[in-house]
Ligand binder design. Structure first.
Ligand code: URA
Length: 230
């Protein structure tokens, strides 16, 4: 919103008054004197009037190591949520940048900044997501090529983007996806006659899971910047 509108909401200053207060240099935005009434501010802009904070939420960017049995929704009647793993005062206004199924484990990214999370999840961005997969049956020799060619999903009438499979053992692999369709990994293995028994997300772009199950940490400045810059 425009700065003059915020001054109206916060201080009940009319347009003329707001412009006068701004011209006198009584308002700062993110620590700098702001004189332009049309300056765009959002909920994260720190706006102060004569030293008094009018608004300014802190942006938060976290990684969480999701255990199996936690849901990646904001509230659930039956299961604990991934947000429940955070201290209570950190949960408000937070959302997930991408989800994992109830039984899946691994890297989840949680933030209160919708603009930032959209940059991470928008399809055009092509952020690779890397999964460790265990399967019920041996992974056939042809699966590598089939995943690279794309798997047809009749329900959506789409073919998945080329995905890279690295075989780690007869029933174990690392799979890199460049999109995130509903239950994508499980459905891809189902399409080649196999079944996923364990699924763990190791990495999203350059952001690598490096904390124990059930724990969380703030993303580093470099991790946050990588998303914002893309
Ligand atoms: N693909 C799935 O099938 N499940 C997940 O949780 C993530 C990707």
């Amino acid at each position: 919103m425009k700065l003059e509108k915020l001054l109206y909401h916060q201080l009940r200053l009319g347009r003329r008054e707001a412009r006068r207060v701004l011209a006198e240099g009584g308002v700062t935005v993110d620590g700098k004197t702001a004189t332009d009434p049309l300056l765009r501010v959002d909920e994260f802009s720190l706006v102060e009037h004569e030293g008094r904070v009018l608004q300014g939420k802190q942006r938060r960017f976290l990684m969480v190591h999701k255990p199996a049995g936690h849901v990646s929704s904001v509230g659930h009647h039956q299961h604990p949520t991934v947000l429940d793993l955070l201290p209570e005062d950190l949960r408000e206004g937070m959302h997930y940048a991408g989800r994992l199924d109830l039984t899946s484990t691994g890297l989840m990214i949680v933030t209160n900044d919708g603009k930032w999370s959209r940059r991470l999840t928008e399809p055009e961005r092509d952020v690779p997501k890397v999964y460790r997969v265990a399967t019920a049956r041996d992974i056939g020799a042809d699966v590598l090529e089939r995943f690279a060619a794309g798997i047809y999903f009749a329900y959506e009438d789409i073919t998945t983007l080329p995905a890279e499979l690295e075989i780690l053992g007869p029933r174990e692999a690392r799979l890199t996806l460049h999109e995130g369709k509903y239950h994508q990994v499980k459905r891809m293995f189902h399409a080649v006659g196999n079944r996923v028994t364990a699924l763990h997300r190791e990495r999203i772009g350059p952001i690598e899971l490096d904390i124990a199950e059930g724990r969380w940490r703030d993303l580093s400045d470099a991790e946050v910047e990588w998303v914002a810059a893309g």
